[in-house]
Design a protein around this ligand. Structure first.
Ligand SMILES: *Cc1c(COP(=O)(O)O)cnc(C)c1O
Length: 401
C-alpha cells in the first residue's frame, strides 16, 4: 500500500545546498577557511549571541565547554536524565560526577524545584554547574535557572541541540532565544542530519563571554594560539637561534604556542557551507514544524488515548513531537509495520548500564521513568508531506480504535 518509509526526522538537502558545498570543494580551503567564520557570524546573529564557535559535532561542543568551564575530578554537575547521553557524558570526560535531577512531568524539562532541592543539600558546594536541555525544542526558562545558579555560584551550559530558533518569554515580556547567551554562560547546538540544520556532522557553541570565547577558539585547535599578544615564551626562545639579535622586536611569522591541552575539534569549510546554506531556510523549516505540531494537536486533542501533548506553544522549536500513550510498544510496532518509524526519546540516562555503575537505579527519578514508559516521538520534519502526516494520524487512530 505505502511505498516510502516515514522516519521520525530527516534532513532536507536542496540544489542550493549542493552548490554551496561544491563551491568550497573547488576553492583553496577545505578546512580553516573563510566559510567557518561566515557560518559563525551568521549563526550568532540567528540566535542573538555575541559569539559563536563552530566545532566538529555537538558532543565536541559539550566537551570543550566542560573544559572551558573548568570541570575537574570531584566536581559535580546537574543535568536531566531525559536527554541524549552526550549532555551528561561531557562531565565525565573531565572526570566530574553527573547528578541527574528529575523532570517536570508537564514540560519534560529539568524540574527547577528538584534542582534547588539538590543544591540546598550540597553543603560542601561540590556542584559547580547545571546543564539544562531544551528538550524536544521547548525552551527552558533560563531566567529562573540563572537566579538559582547565581544563588549557588554555579555556571549554566544550555544544551540547545533541539531548539535553534526556539525561545521563552522572560519576566519583562521579552523573547529570549535559545543559545542567545543572556542567561547561560555557554550554549551548544548540533548539525547532525536529524537536527534542524544539517551539516553531516557539526556543532556550534554560542556565548556572550569574551574570555570563554577566546579560550574555546584555542581549545578547538590543539590549544594552539597564533596571537602574539598572548605569547608566553620570549622572542629569543621564539626565534630559537644561537645568535640573538638584540634588534628583533617581533615574533617570527611561523611562531605559535600550544598553551593548553586542546583537541582537533574543527569543522570543515564544506560542512560550514552546507550549514550556512541550511541556516538560510531555518525559519521556513521552523514554521513548517509548527504547522505539523498544530495538525497533530488538533487531530489528537479529543482522543483519550493520546496524552501529554504540549499543544502549540509559542517559541517551541518542535525538533520532536512527543506524545504519551498506553501500550507504547504495541503502537510502535503497529506503526513500524506500516513503514512509520517513530522513535523513543529518550531511555533515561541514569538507567544506562554506564551510569548504573555509579549507583543510579530504578526509582531514583520517578517522573523520568514514568515518562519513559509512555513516550513516543511521531514523525516531525519540514518535508513531511500532508498526506504522510494524515497517514501517520490514521495509523495511530487505527491502533486504538
Ligand atoms: C544530538 C544531540 C547531542 C549531540 O550532538 P552530536 O552532534 O550528535 O554530537 C547532544 N545533546 C542533545 C540533546 C542532542 O540532541
Amino acid at each position: 500500500m505505502r511505498q516510502n518509509p516515514i522516519p521520525y526526522g530527516r534532513q532536507n538537502i536542496t540544489d542550493d545546498d549542493i552548490d554551496a558545498v561544491i563551491e568550497v570543494l573547488k576553492s583553496v580551503y577545505l578546512t580553516q577557511g573563510p566559510k567557518i567564520q561566515e557560518f559563525e557570524t551568521t549563526f550568532a546573529d540567528y540566535v542573538g549571541s555575541k559569539y559563536a564557535v563552530a566545532v566538529s559535532n555537538g558532543t565536541a561542543a559539550l566537551h570543550l565547554n566542560a573544559i572551558a568551564l573548568g570541570v575537574k575530578p570531584g566536581d559535580k554537575v546537574i543535568t536531566t536524565p531525559i536527554t541524549f547521553a552526550a549532555s551528561a557524558n561531557c562531565v565525565r570526560y573531565c572526570g566530574g560526577e553527573v547528578v541527574f535531577a528529575d523532570i517536570d512531568p508537564e514540560t519534560y524539562l529539568l524540574d527547577i524545584n528538584k534542582v534547588r532541592e539538590i543544591l540546598e543539600k550540597d553543603t560542601h558546594r561540590e556542584i559547580k554547574g547545571i546543564i539544562p536541555v531544551d528538550f524536544t525544542g521547548r525552551a527552558v526558562d533560563l531566567e529562573a535557572f540563572r537566579q538559582l545558579a547565581d544563588e549557588f555560584d554555579c555556571w549554566i551550559m544550555e544544551d540547545s541541540c533541539h531548539s535553534p530558533g526556539g525561545f521563552f518569554v522572560d519576566s519583562k515580556g521579552e523573547r529570549q532565544h535559545c543559545g542567545n547567551g543572556k542567561f547561560a554562560d555557554l550554549a551548544i547546538f548540533s548539525f547532525h542530519p536529524v537536527k534542524h540544520i544539517a551539516a553531516g556532522e557539526g556543532g556550534m557553541i554560542t556565548t556572550n563571554d569574551d574570555a570563554l570565547y577566546h579560550k574555546l577558539l584555542d581549545l578547538r585547535t590543539h590549544g594552539i594560539t597564533k596571537d602574539s599578544s598572548k605569547f608566553q615564551n620570549t622572542i629569543e626562545t621564539a626565534i630559537g637561534d644561537d645568535i640573538v639579535l638584540s634588534n628583533v622586536e617581533t615574533y617570527p611569522n611561523w611562531y605559535m604556542e600550544m598553551q593548553d591541552l586542546g583537541y582537533n575539534y574543527r569543522l570543515t569549510d564544506f560542512q560550514a557551507a552546507l550549514g550556512l546554506s541550511q541556516l538560510k531556510r531555518a525559519n521556513t523549516g521552523l514554521n513548517r514544524r509548527r504547522n505539523i505540531a498544530k495538525t497533530y494537536f488538533d487531530e489528537f486533542k479529543n482522543k483519550d488515548y493520546i496524552k501529554g501533548q504540549s499543544g502549540v506553544i509559542d517559541g517551541h522549536a518542535y525538533h520532536l513531537y512527543v506524545v504519551e500513550v498506553e501500550n507504547r510498544l504495541g503502537l510502535y510496532n503497529h506503526l513500524r509495520q506500516h513503514q512509520i518509524f517513530a522513535q523513543i526519546h529518550y531511555i533515561p540516562c541514569h538507567l544506562m548500564p554506564y551510569y548504573r555503575s555509579f549507583g543510579w537505579k530504578e526509582g531514583d527519578l520517578p517522573n523520568a521513568e514514568q515518562y519513559y514508559k509512555h513516550c513516543i516521538s511521531l514523525p516531525m520534519y519540514p518535508t513531511l508531506k500532508e498526506s504522510e502526516q494524515e497517514f501517520v494520524i490514521d495509523k495511530v487512530n487505527e491502533f486504538y480504535t
